[in-house]
Design a protein around this ligand. Structure first.
Ligand code: ZN
Ligand code: ZN
Ligand code: FE
Length: 755
């Protein structure tokens, strides 16, 4: 192409380029560069045809990459030459549905600053609670099909008024082709149900909701991806009542702060945490508490799940509310998915709240608030949903046509489209019918939305997972993978690693291929397979599944293994609280091997120490004991406990010394710190041994235990200092919510190799 001559070219931009203000951006850019032609949305991206001087076209392409809108993500730009053509102007042409190829669908984007200002200045949108523009607003939650056009979203029933229509059609307007555009005259409306009557009109509603919250009441509020329950975060009574009504003991609640200043008053944040909490994704960020909210909010933990307003209604509410923070937790009944339907909300949530606030736009794709924490200056997803899904993970592997069913707890599934792995939103624990229905429905919707026909399904080895059963019933080719291999592969996929690595997978539970419960695993592995290099010693779990709710059972198992029945003579505080006949039954169960599956789980070891130290002998929610043990640390103690490394890793000496420390009255905080240091030493010791033996120096960390801040931070830092290349999960959760990505990577690799 001649730099100085006029040429006509077709430019294809792929990535996240729809629903993020990309076409108006291209339009403005074309005008700036005085280029003529057109831009169009296709299923698989944005296509531009322009005529211009070669050098200008180069500038144009550079600007596309450099200046693209904040929520967009340009993955590739390609160009082909066309026959020379003269265009009269530059225009945006109507979307065409051309193929099964797809472009990335935008996650929901938090309200932008310009729209916050418009709320107070734009005549037809004064306090309009659904204000949005091409740079912000709902996306994934309202989209039913591609290409992303209004009639394919739940905005379809709302006919634009003349004013909105004009803005929508005006290329120079910030609402040009913003699909959810609407105003007070033509947009969706809120309705508040309280005391058997309904209230309309946004000002009345905001005032009433604010009054209710100020008076300690609980309000169910329809959010972007589902209903949420709100109350005053400083009102102890209200928070405790919400706990009782939601039947939720012990698990911290998320909190929305009025603004950045209030956030600063109540929590500590560094620069990375600040960036994360203010980002357009507006996740819940786990932050250190500075000033006390009601004690029931964080339930004794020193971290607050904090977020900032992201919907217009949140801004309107805080304006009226004059409170620094509200609890904003998922609107659901115990373990069921969050409610999205107005009727169901009025039916189910009205029983556990004082008022229900709905609006008349349908939520199509349910999303929970996403949860992140920051370790070693990187944002780490714990729950990946609103603001993050359905952004794909771009792989080097061909995962096309593969469906990965995921695990059982905090389930997400994954579908493969070309080289893209698309993780579903957080589905939840697949333990009840409602969650399974959500799973099934979401799977169907993902298939349709991404035009994906599954031809291969991959699932966990565990036969009892509902995801496994679902996978087997699809009637297509099935691949089965080991749980901890999936964890490691998930992290490998995040970094596009496709080689032999040292894989360290610590979590609560996952079925091993010897039929035992694994979870303290050192692998030498690649995507296709693994060798179990070593693991934590097996320990019987008296009562099977009951140990997760009763960590003291695992503690007894360790004590019995070390001291035999003499442990009954140990004068440990946690033992005093258990009754003798019950203990004898447990001892007999272990001796006779009755319902005592063997486990090498790291989670159970943390449980045992949490029980021994009496920090958490009984657990009220999933992983409470390890969380409590972590929260107990005082970091004052630099020491560690001994451990033994033979064929496997034994913690008998560790437990023995912990018992001695308890007898000597050493603080639980010191014991916890020393125990954490022990685990870090184990990881370092074994990784070093594997490196010496094999020459491998890439260490991949995954599994729920790596959501322990102290362990992750120190393992990563120490190994890096010692010359290892360390890979830990960031964009995908290291808990079971990330397993599906590993499953799809393993299945793709095996298919490629013809296994
Ligand atoms: Zn906006
Ligand atoms: Zn309007
Ligand atoms: Fe796991």
């Amino acid at each position: 192409m001649d730099k100085n001559c006029e040429n006509t070219v077709r430019i294809r931009v792929k990535g996240l380029v729809q629903g993020v203000g990309f076409r108006p951006f291209i339009y403005r850019l074309a005008h700036e560069h005085k280029l003529k032609g057109w831009v169009e949305n296709r299923n698989d991206g944005v296509v531009i045809e322009v005529t211009g001087v070669g050098a200008v076209l180069e500038d144009f392409k550079t600007a596309i990459i450099k200046e693209s809108p904040q929520a967009s993500n340009v993955v590739s730009i390609t160009q082909e030459s066309l026959d020379f053509r003269v265009f009269g102007k530059f225009e945006i042409v109507k979307s065409e549905n051309t193929s099964d190829a797809i472009t990335d669908i935008s996650p929901d984007i938090a309200l932008c600053g310009d729209c916050v200002a418009d709320l107070k200045t734009q005549a037809h949108r004064i306090d309009f609670p659904f204000i949005n523009c091409t740079n912000c607003g709902p996306r994934f939650s309202i989209i039913k099909d591609l290409p992303y056009d209004r009639e394919k979203t739940t905005m379809a029933p709302f006919i634009m008024c003349d004013v909105c229509q004009k803005e929508y059609a005006d290329v120079l307007d910030r609402r040009f082709h913003a699909q959810p555009v609407a105003c007070n005259a033509c947009g969706p409306k809120y309705t508040l149900y309280v005391d058997g009557k309904s209230i309309d009109g946004i000002h009345l509603i905001v005032k009433e909701v604010a009054d209710l919250l100020k008076n300690g009441k609980i309000v169910a509020i329809k959010g972007i991806g589902g209903f949420q329950m709100a109350c005053d975060a400083q009102n102890e009574k209200a928070v405790d009542r919400l706990r009782k009504l939601k039947n939720r003991e012990g698990k911290p609640f998320a909190v929305m702060f009025a603004n950045r200043e209030k956030l600063d008053e109540f929590v500590c944040l560094d620069e990375v945490e600040d960036k994360s909490v203010r980002s357009w994704r507006k996740p819940i960020v786990l932050l250190k508490e500075k000033k006390k909210l009601a004690p029931g909010v964080s339930a004794g933990f020193d971290r607050v799940g904090a977020m900032l307003p992201y919907m217009p209604f949140h801004y309107l509410l805080f304006e009226e509310l004059d409170l620094p923070a509200i609890v904003l937790t998922s609107g659901n009944i115990s373990d069921e998915p969050i409610v999205i339907d107005n009727e169901i909300a009025l039916d189910k949530l009205s029983g556990i709240s004082d008022a229900v606030l709905t609006y008349n736009r349908e939520i199509y794709n349910r999303t929970d608030d996403s949860v992140v924490f920051i370790v070693n200056r990187r944002e780490r997803l714990i729950r990946r949903s609103r603001g993050y899904v359905p952004q794909p993970i771009n792989l080097k592997l061909n995962v096309d046509g593969i469906f990965a069913a995921g695990a059982e707890l905090v389930n997400c599934f994954c579908i493969g489209k070309g080289n893209q792995a698309i993780m579903s939103q957080h589905i939840g624990d697949l333990k009840n019918l409602e969650a399974l229905e959500f799973y099934t429905e979401s799977f169907e919707r993902h298939k349709k939305l991404f035009r994906m026909k599954p031809e291969l399904v991959v699932h966990d080895m565990h036969p009892d997972y509902l995801s496994t059963k679902f996978a087997k019933e699809l009637g297509i080719t099935v691949v089965e993978v080991q749980h901890h291999h999936s964890h490691i592969a998930s992290c490998m996929a995040e970094y596009n690693l496709d080689e032999k690595v040292i894989g360290i997978s610590f979590d609560g539970t996952g079925l091993g291929d010897d039929g035992n419960i694994w979870g303290g695993e050192f692998f030498i592995c690649d995507l296709a397979g693994y060798k179990r290099y070593t693991h934590f010693d097996y320990i019987p779990l008296p009562g099977g599944d009951r140990v997760t709710k009763e960590p003291w059972r695992t503690a007894i198992s360790f004590l019995y293994k070390i001291y035999g029945e003499d442990f009954l003579e140990l004068d440990l505080p946690f033992l005093r609280e258990l009754d003798k006949p019950g203990l004898n039954l447990i001892v007999q169960a272990i001796e006779k091997n009755i319902n005592c599956p063997l486990s090498s789980s790291a989670g159970r070891l943390f449980d045992a120490v949490a029980a021994l130290t009496n920090i958490c002998p009984v657990s009220k929610f999933h992983a409470e004991a390890p969380m409590c043990l972590e929260a107990e640390m005082n970091f004052a103690e630099a020491g560690a406990y001994p451990f033994d490394f033979g064929e496997t890793i034994s913690f008998e000496d560790t437990i023995r010394e912990i018992v001695e420390d308890i007898k000597e009255g050493v603080l639980a905080a010191d014991i916890s710190t020393k125990f954490h240091n022990t685990i870090i030493n184990v990881v370092f010791g074994v990784a070093s041994m594997i490196r010496k033996e094999t020459g491998l120096d890439k260490v991949v960390l995954s599994g729920g235990t790596f959501q322990n801040r102290y362990i992750l931070q120190n393992v990563e830092t120490l190994l890096t200092l010692e010359g290892f290349k360390v890979y830990s999960q960031a964009n995908i959760p290291s808990n079971d919510g990330g397993v599906a990505l590993g499953q799809i990577a393993i299945a793709a690799k095996r298919r490629e190799l013809g296994h």
